[in-house]
Design a binder for this molecule. Structure first.
Ligand SMILES: Cc1cc2nc3c(=O)[nH]c(=O)nc-3n(C[C@H](O)[C@H](O)[C@H](O)COP(=O)(O)O)c2cc1C
Length: 331
């Protein structure tokens, strides 16, 4: 296991751990990425997905998301669009501003992205997609370009191994595979055999993704698929310390025990990071939506959830969380 910790590399970028935070639009923003990094174990984080056209048009709100502060490093900047969109130009723009890795979204199943022929729809046209990937690689001047795919469009069309091979030939440096089809969205469970077939088909690193929620499930992903790295999305929303837990496991160390107060301190830190890097409005939005998820690791905290949900300011959220630090645990 330790050898795995030492070896992870994407192109010329050396990573301290093979445990990655997934790109999650509206979730894995700068404050959340910093929170996960502070807790330890994050080898690489993905930006939110950024529209290539909006980058090239210079839309500030989008461009700023591709320009993180140095503490948000290493970051892979994820772009999306179709073969008609200026993906190579958008990638070159990000590289010129210091992006360390560019990731092409080929797995997003949502209409907003697919209706523009981007995201998962790229899986349907492997030849054209590989040509596009080559153009992006050429535009990136040696900065590694990765792709994030699903197993295929639907059950009868598991094209991932074929498209992965074409992407490798086009110069793509690593591929993340979410072990579901596009049609599946998030239904069922991740198909590790499907990910293993991609690993067999190519020699660049494959990052296994889907349903990892513990060191044991990460271990299963590594063992079953022989992937080089793992990526965690949804579970991090409940437990942003999952990267630390998995990385420790890979180093042969025990997980750190975090009691309820420690976890509440982590939520307070998340609140402060949102206030520092975004706004009070964003903090209210995030905390009122996510306290229920955080709550899943905190035992009986219904009154705290109610207070946070009804809060009208960041101060009220802070007070509610701080007051809970002194409440006796109810078993
Ligand atoms: C709210 C949400 C937003 C997401 N946004 C993106 C995205 O912007 N780009 C992307 O490639 N995948 C996106 N995903 C997919 C995740 O990166 C990941 O592939 C998926 O959640 C499976 O991993 P998990 O089981 O660990 O959550 C998103 C997932 C969720 C739940």
């Amino acid at each position: 296991m330790y050898a795995r910790m030492a070896q992870m590399r994407i192109g010329n970028v050396k990573l301290e751990s093979p445990v990655f935070l997934a790109p999650m639009a509206g979730i894995a923003d700068l404050p959340f990425r910093l929170l996960c990094r502070e807790l330890g174990g994050v080898g690489l984080a993905g930006s939110e997905l950024l529209n290539a056209r909006a980058i090239v048009q210079g839309r500030d709100a989008i461009c700023n998301k591709a320009l993180p502060p140095p503490e948000d490093s290493p970051l892979s900047v994820q772009i999306y669009g179709s073969v008609e969109d200026p993906l190579p130009e958008a990638a070159a723009w990000a590289v010129a501003r210091g992006a360390q890795i560019i990731d092409i979204n080929m797995g997003c199943p949502v209409d907003k992205v697919c209706k523009k022929n981007g995201g998962s729809l790229l899986l349907k046209t492997p030849g054209r997609t590989a040509t596009l990937a080559k153009q992006i690689v050429n535009a990136c001047d040696g900065v590694p370009v990765t792709a994030k795919i699903r197993l295929g469009w639907e059950e009868g069309e598991l094209t991932a191994p074929d498209i992965a091979k074409r992407l490798e030939d086009a110069g793509i440096a690593a591929i993340t595979v979410h072990g579901r089809t596009t049609r599946q969205m998030f239904r069922g469970s991740a198909n590790l055999d499907g990910i293993a077939k991609v690993v067999e088909a190519i020699s660049i690193p494959v990052i296994g993704n889907g349903d990892i929620n513990s060191p044991e499930s990460a271990e299963r992903m590594f063992q079953h698929t022989k992937c080089s790295g793992v990526m965690i999305g949804r579970h991090a929303m409940k437990a942003p310390w999952i990267f630390d837990d998995i990385s420790r496991h890979l180093r042969g160390e025990f997980s750190v025990f975090r009691d309820r107060n420690t976890k509440i301190q982590i939520i307070l830190r998340h609140l402060e990071l949102i206030l520092e890097y975004r706004s009070e409005r964003a903090a209210l939005h995030c905390m009122t939506n996510r306290i229920a998820l955080y709550g899943k690791t905190l035992g009986h905290i219904k009154p705290l959830k109610e207070r946070v949900r009804l809060a009208k300011s960041a101060d009220e959220i802070r007070e509610a969380l701080e007051a809970w630090l002194t409440v006796e645990t109810v078993q």
